[in-house]
Design a binder for this molecule. Structure first.
Ligand code: AMP
Ligand code: MG
Length: 326
């Protein structure tokens, strides 16, 4: 594996590698992606192999410009153009009818494809220079925490990728919101970096997939995913005082009030405040970063409290739930 910088020379090298069918981990505003030429079946197969990802889990195809989505998907379905104009580039993935040319491996044989135009300057430059749409799932082994720094990719997949572009920390820090526009009415399959409230301004009353009442259609909806190696227990918002950890335990709090209560209880070997000012954007950006750090630190247990269920809190709670012991 070769580590690249974001110099023009290195971005060109990354783009060239993608054109050659190699695997390149690239920074995006959500998390690091494991990029490969979406037109190449061989390159796509290597993505599944590197991630140990089951082939029933379809990939997100990334394009450098909103208009380029038309190459991979039918963007004429209701809402697609309006959403693209408003939220792309950005952390929104749209599931749309696929173009015939998109290999089945990218879509797990589904007639639909997930498409996104990321907002990250370097991601867009790499995709643009490569001249192809770039299929990129999160650059982590299947089921494990998503990477928000190049170091996470080095540690988790370093021996299975060809290049890693180090673009620093991912500013959004949680995966994109996945919206299925191929079903009527549209359905949010996975909450993520774009708050559902903003989608609802375009699609009034848009529904969100509910794991309590619906069976999963995509692995992003499996109840267990994005998990650390240590057991993680989830408690209700601001109920950290009820937690009874055993052994050396660390706790993730949201806001000064609960962090202070956790510290005062004397029960925790480490107390982390995801956002002292209770800012959900800040909490989302810190989430995976802190989980990686705590997971490596050798605690017996990790605990976390839920955030309020609105804005980016919905995405953070979804990831915490999937990372948790059920
Ligand atoms: P990742 O790239 O690791 O963030 O995961 C991509 C997720 O997007 C998958 O796990 C699915 O949940 C979702 N996805 C991708 N393509 C489709 C599709 N054609 N239909 C439904 N969901 C999809
Ligand atoms: Mg993933």
């Amino acid at each position: 594996m070769i580590l690249l910088t974001t110099s023009a020379h290195d971005l060109e090298r990354a783009a060239e590698a993608i054109r050659e069918g190699l695997l390149v981990a690239i920074p995006t505003e959500t998390v690091y992606g494991l990029g490969a030429d979406a037109w190449s079946k061989v390159a796509l197969a290597r993505v599944f192999e590197a991630k140990r990802r089951p082939s029933f889990d379809p990939l997100i195809v990334h394009v450098a410009e909103p208009d380029a989505a038309d190459e991979v998907a039918d963007v004429s379905v209701p809402y697609a153009a309006t959403l693209a104009a408003r939220f792309w580039p950005g952390p929104l993935t749209m599931v749309l009818p696929k173009r015939e040319r998109v290999p089945d491996l990218a879509t797990s044989g589904l007639p639909t494809v997930a498409v996104r135009c990321p907002a990250h300057t370097f991601a867009r430059q790499i995709i643009r220079r490569s001249g192809v749409p770039v299929a990129a799932p999160s650059a982590n082994p299947f089921g494990y925490l998503s990477p928000t720094r190049a170091e996470h990719v080095v540690a988790q997949l370093g021996d299975r990728v060809d290049f890693i572009v180090d673009g620093g920390r991912c500013p959004v820090g949680v995966e994109s919101t996945v919206l299925d526009l191929s079903s009527d009415p549209p359905l949010v399959l996975r909450p993520g970096g774009l708050p559902v409230e903003l989608i609802a301004e375009v699609i009034p009353g848009v529904r969100v997939f509910d794991r309590a009442t619906t069976s999963p259609r995509a692995p992003g909806q499996l109840p267990s995913h994005y998990a650390p190696a240590r057991p993680l227990y989830l408690v209700e918002s601001a109920r950290v005082s009820d937690a009874r950890p055993s052994g050396r335990a660390a706790v993730l709090c949201f806001g000064t009030t609960s962090a202070r209560a956790a510290l005062d209880s004397g029960r925790w070997a480490r107390v982390v405040d995801l956002s002292p000012g209770e800012d959900m954007v800040e909490a989302a950006a810190a989430l995976f970063d802190i989980l990686h750090e705590l997971d490596a630190a050798g605690f017996d247990e990790l605990w976390a409290e839920r955030l309020p269920d609105d804005g980016l809190g919905l995405a953070v709670n979804d990831r915490l739930y999937k990372a948790s012991v059920k």
